[in-house]
Design a protein around this ligand. Sequence first.
Ligand code: GDP
Ligand code: NAG
Ligand code: NAG
Length: 457
Amino acid sequence: MVRAKPSPAKDRMVSLRTICAILAGVSMLSFGTLLLKLPLRLSYRLYIQDLPAHPTVFNSQSYIQGPPTQSFRDNLRDDTKYITSWTSAGWTNDVMTYGNLIYLALITERIPILPKFLSSHIDTSAAPFPFGEVIDVPRLSQAIGIPLLEWHEVKDSESQVLDDLGCWSVWETVQQHEQNPQPRGSPSLSRLKLDISWTQTPDWVKLTAPDQRDSHASFWSLAALGFPEARNNSLGLKNHPSPQHQVSLPPDDHLLCFDYLYYVSAYHTWEWELDYSPAWRFVGQHMRWNTTIERIADEHARRAMRVLVDEPTPPYISIHVRHGDFGNQCRGVPLDQCFASLSVIARRVSEVQEELWTQKGIEVTQVIMTSDESAPEWWLEVRALGWTWVDYAAERTEEIYGKWHPVFIDAIIQSNAAGFVGTRGSTMSTLASRRVQAWRGGPIRTVQWGRLGADDH
Ligand SMILES: Nc1nc2c(ncn2[C@@H]2O[C@H](COP(=O)(O)OP(=O)(O)O)[C@@H](O)[C@H]2O)c(=O)[nH]1
Ligand SMILES: *[C@@H]1O[C@H](CO)[C@@H](O)[C@H](O)[C@H]1NC(C)=O
Ligand SMILES: *[C@@H]1O[C@H](CO)[C@@H](O)[C@H](O)[C@H]1NC(C)=O
């Protein structure tokens, strides 16, 4: 995406390229003493710059037999191990679930197979959306050093063959505090024509103490089930025959699979919000946008800010105000006191403006609002503050690109801002904050809510 100022990450890329060029020049000239010193310096720089340790370009087709097959198993290679899982929540939750799945693939040295995103929270009539049309898969793959596959590359999307598969159920184990814990389903399973026989995972997959009402499992306990010893010792737990063919299968070891990986952490619950989060650091931050969709988002942002054709996109501050079903958390507090008012949000915007000015010397006046709020009066107040937003109805975005695009474009606009203001407790805000910090080096703020004065500070 074209921006007014090159991002710091880009500057560092250029400096690395320069170093590489110098290094190549030096080695050609065979300056022995310099050669001894430079590789050390280079590897240190590689580390701090967070650049791929394996700059290989993967051709995902080399990791399956060939074009999609009727039965997925016919397309798996005998010399390769795979891992998969499914989703059933809001889009950002699902992005994090795939981040967790890919991180688990890294630590088990398996190739992840990613299903399409499901439109359950947008409009169930919208077709599932391929991961690679919103996330840049070749770039992600190169950055993390492993190939990635999508289910539609493995199994023909039109296939009528119902495949049997044995998988681990994590959900049944971590939901023991519920009445009748069951394996977690996903609409993906019927779309992919998979008939799953679930085996319950051992109690030790739970991250927190057995008596704690929490649903997180730990990465390494799940990873252990991808290796022979823990797998062998864990096959005795409850098995559910597959619902259609009624076959009982042990968990597959060629294609390791888990029912649901949203609630997975290394050390602490809700880890995507914490600075050291391995799923974010080793995977999530490398999930950059597919350039086609990023260009569409940039065009929308430019029109929202009324940027002239030959002008670059100016730096802007983005806001994400999460309302909608978050109102259910208000427990009797009237909504107008529970949700932060626009004046409270404006105070946070000023802080971000101030920090951009004092830390970076850039004056940012453009502010783009993204929200699931639908009340027209609220948007009029947004306008009164001098802020703008993408008018998806006027843009006819859904008609032109489909129902998924407003949420994708909003997420991209959030992440491409010079600074960001988000809503506490929203994963969409959490991911936008992390992206603005990591990709733009930008300041972020999180607005507290729940009662009048919740964001006082
Ligand atoms: N277009 C758009 N959709 C939103 C916005 N905020 C919430 N939504 C919708 O509500 C869903 C919320 O689920 P999720 O993405 O998992 O985030 P969370 O519920 O805020 O943690 C999103 O995926 C969108 O479908 C917004 O600012 N813009
Ligand atoms: C990005 O998405 C488009 C479809 O919009 C697709 O044709 C293209 O292959 C994707 N880019 C990459 C690098 O996968
Ligand atoms: C797993 O169990 C099988 C069958 O009992 C045995 O052949 C194999 O050696 C075991 N492997 C490990 C790593 O324990």
